[in-house]
Structure formats: C-alpha cells, structure tokens
Design a protein around this ligand. Structure first.
Ligand code: GLY
Ligand code: MN
Ligand code: MN
Length: 496
C-alpha cells in the first residue's frame, strides 16, 4: 500500500525519450509456464478456514508489511509478518505491500457461509512501465522479475488481484461488513482502513482489531506436521552452523573480536542453508554470557573461558530454531565451569520431563527453576531456603541468577504466539504439536559479591527445542551434544 511513482535520485541521469522507447523493445516474452506451488501453500487452507470459523460474516485484513528504510535509500531485508506468512505460505522476502483479505460470503445453495480469500499484491509492471528500469525498490532491472497475478496464484494456490484494487475492495460495503485489521503492520493500510471505517460507521474498534491479532497468534499454538518438519529442518541446519563455529573456535581466538567471527561463521551457514538467522545471534564469551541479550558480539575469546552461543537458522518457510550451547573455548571445562554446567543440565532435564501433554506450560519452568534454586542453596549462594525462594509472593531471590523464563513457544517467530492470551500461554495446558524451548541457565556476573570468586564470570545456558507428544517430548535439536563429556568430545571432533 505504499507505492509511489519512482523518483529519480539526484545522482541519476534523466532518461531520454530515445531510451524510454528503446528499453521497451526486444525482450523475450515472459515464460508461459507457471511456477510450482510453494510447499507451505498446501497447508494454508485449513488455517484460513479456522479464521473464517472464528469470525463469521466479518472481513479480515492481514497485511504482509512494507519495506522499512534502514538508512537513507537502503531498506532492511524484507520479512513478512508471521500471520500473513502462515495464511499464505509465502516465506523468504515475500511479498512487500501484499495484503490477504478474507471476504465473508453468505450461504448460497449448497455452499455454506464462509470466506473467500484474495491475495492483493503488486504484480510486475510491463516493460513499457518506468517501474521496469527506473524504480530501484520494485523495478525488474533493480530487484528482479516480480510475479504476474497468475504466477502468484500458482505459487500460493490463492486467487490474486493487483494491490491497486485493494482500496476499492475495502471501501465496498464497509458500512455493513464488519472489518478487522492486523493493525500497524502496514502503516498506510492502517490509516486508510481507519479512515474508511471512521467515515462509514463513525468508529474504529481497535479492540476488535486486537482480537484478530490475538486469534492469529493462538492459531499457531499447535503446529501441524508440515510445520514440525520445517522446525526440524531449521534445527538440523542450526546444528551444521554450530559445528562450523566449533571448528573455528581456535581461529576466533587467534583473530581477536572472536565473538564476531562466531556470529559471522554461523550466519554464513544460516544464509546458505536457510533464509538467515531467526533472531540476532548471541555470541557471548566470558562474562558477556551474563548479559542475556548480548548481541553486540564484539568481544574476544580467551582460552579458559566459556562461550555461550544462542543461535538459530530460519528456513525459507520462516520457521526458526532457537538453540543455545555453552562451550569451553579451549575444548575442556574447568571444574567450576563443569559444576555450573551440570546443574543447568539437570535443570533442563527436569524441565523436559515436565513437558508432557496435559501439564501446564508453567510446570516446565517450575520443574527447572526448582533445580536451579536447589543448587544455588547447596552452593551456599542462595541466602534463603529453596521453599522460601520459590514462594511466588514472598520469595524470588533465586531469580537474581536466572531472571528469565525456561520456555517459550517456537515457530515462525522465535518467541512465537506472543499475542496469545495468558490462559492459553503462560497458564495454558501443553498439547501434542506444541513446540517450545527448554532453556534454563545460571548466570554469575563477575561483579556479584554473593558468588564465590571462582564462580564469578561464569554464565551457562542450555537451550533445546522440543515438540510435545502423547509421550516423552521429541527433541528437535538433539543432534547437538548436551552433556559436558559429549560437548568436549564433539569439540575435539570438530577440530580434528
Ligand atoms: N534467543 C532468544 C531466546 O532464547 O529466547
Ligand atoms: Mn529461547
Ligand atoms: Mn535462544
């Protein structure tokens, strides 16, 4: 919804009339073969049906979002909104400015009431259009050939229309068809629809819009078989990236700014095997591990230290892994490092054992954090009893050393389903097909006077991705080592 006539930058030579007529000639016709459907597109219809059933008789507007300027005339790489990707099957960098509309229809004959889906997008302009050669944001000569409506329909198995028709379609019956929008994903679309609704009905019901956003988030709480396969692929690619980083640890030490080296090596594999990283990689050596979201990654690596690596590959369908391993830089844990590591591993195991269908989401955290608090007390660090600390009203002292939760849902977003209601998320019940992380940690900052000196500066997190099943959870990231002995053996093997 944000197309404008291309404006020539001040460094661009104006186009002569001779060029304008010449550039339109002597091109091969566009291929008549249609592209194969995207694999994800085979799984989107039931998701749209679920939204249709949740909002009968209402128009639902789900935008992909727009290109966002990084600086001056350079945009960030485009990443579609997850709800849009989930309902259309479009992944990678598709499709800036596109909008999915679910239009309600009444029952007619044999056809029950429901919704018709239409994908509005910006199809390629003909080569006679200045967009072809003069538009650095959308033009074929600049960013490659865009799809025609027929090609986009073949990819997504959806009816498609040019985005130029969207304002008319939204205005149509706006006074009688309740219309909900995922707000603020597409700024100009939000403004347009707000003004249409305000004019037609005298109000914009923002709460109704938020209910749509919530429903789209809750729709992703249980993954289908395709999604689980994609998450497995993301974890497998992530394991390749971790192995490459492990192999390069000596180089990272030698080169200086080794955290950046690790980040770069992982991102090479993330871009090679998938769409990229699913979130900013955390490559945190030594005391940096105790900064939970350390993404500056500009530190050096020192033999004798640990490095905490929290990294995940996002595959082309946009499902991402979220994995953490904490590795000894020189290949061998010191005794204090091993002691902390083993405690975190026991906590993680307790969390995984609690991750059963029918259990509460919160049970996973409670099982893991009890282990963390117990070790902290045993080591003489926690100044109150375990039970006192675990008291939700009067306690919480253990959180000084693990302030984050143990789990979150994982999917297209690293923190997936983030708009789901509390009763379905934090207070929700685990069900088969849910995918969550289990990621306890213990973080001893170098400045923490309550911690024995030999433990200061040690930060450990172990994070794995699991699918809830009818029995024991399925470990998606299990090809990476978890026990300290296995970590050491694996590190040695990567370096051999
Ligand atoms: N990488 C972010 C997280 O573990 O939640
Ligand atoms: Mn996580
Ligand atoms: Mn993580």
């Amino acid at each position: 919804m944000s197309q404008k006539a291309p404006k020539l930058p001040n460094r661009q030579t104006p186009f002569s009339e001779a060029f304008v007529s010449f550039i339109a000639t002597d091109w091969e016709p566009y291929p008549s073969d249609l592209p194969a459907p995207l694999p994800a597109s085979a799984h989107t219809a039931p998701r749209r049906d679920a939204m249709s059933a949740a909002f009968p008789g209402e128009r639902l507007v789900i935008p992909a979002g727009n290109l966002v300027v990084r600086s001056n005339d350079c945009d960030y790489g485009f990443r579609p909104h997850s709800a849009f990707a989930h309902l259309t099957g479009l992944g990678t960098d598709r499709e800036p400015d596109a909008v999915l509309v679910l239009e309600p229809h009444a029952a007619a004959g044999d056809q029950p009431a429901g919704h018709d889906a239409t994908l509005y997008f910006k199809p390629r302009a003909p080569r006679t259009d200045p967009e072809f050669y003069a538009d650095p944001r959308y033009g074929e000569m600049w960013v490659g050939q865009r799809e025609s409506c027929e090609e986009m329909s073949a990819l997504t198995r959806l009816p498609t229309r040019p985005i130029s028709e969207l304002p008319g379609a939204l205005a149509d019956h706006i006074d009688t068809v309740p219309t909900r929008l995922v707000r603020d994903v597409d700024v100009s679309l939000t403004a347009l629809l707000d003004s249409l609704r305000q004019e037609a009905t005298g109000e914009v019901d923002r709460d109704a819009d938020e209910e749509l956003r919530t429903a789209l988030s809750e729709l992703r709480l249980v993954k289908d078989a395709f999604e689980i396969d994609e998450l497995q692929a993301a974890c497998d690619a992530t394991a390749v990236g971790f192995a490459a980083v492990a192999a390069d640890l000596p180089t990272a030490v030698e080169k200086g700014r080794g955290e950046r080296w690790c980040e770069g090596v992982f991102e090479l594999h993330a871009r090679h095997l998938g769409n990229g990283v699913g979130y900013g990689s955390i490559c945190a050596s030594g005391d940096h591990a105790n900064t939970l979201h350390w993404i500056r990654n500009d530190g050096g690596l020192r033999p004798g230290d640990l490095i905490l690596l929290d990294m995940g590959v996002e595959v082309d369908s946009l499902y991402t892994a979220d994995v953490t391993r904490t590795l000894p830089v020189d290949g061998t844990f010191t005794d204090p490092q091993r002691m902390v590591y083993e405690a975190v591993l026991v906590a993680q195991q307790a969390g995984m054992e609690a991750a059963r269908s029918g259990a509460r989401f919160q049970d996973v955290h409670e099982a893991a954090i009890r282990v963390v608090a117990t070790y902290l007390r045993e080591w003489g660090i926690l100044p109150v009893t375990v039970e006192e600390s675990l008291d939700p009203v009067t306690g919480g002292q253990h959180r000084r050393w693990m302030v984050h939760g143990t789990s979150h849902h994982l999917g297209m977003d690293v923190h997936d389903c983030a708009q789901a209601r509390q009763e379905f998320y934090r207070e929700g019940i685990l069900r088969p097909g849910m995918v969550i992380t289990v990621e306890p940690g213990i973080y001893f900052k170098s400045t923490d006077l309550l911690v024995p000196p030999e433990l200061r500066g040690i930060g450990v997190r172990i994070e794995d991705d699991i699918v809830i099943t009818d029995g024991a959870p399925r470990l998606l990231s299990g090809s990476l080592p978890r026990t300290p002995d296995d970590v050491e053996a694996w590190l040695a093997a990567q370096r051999a």
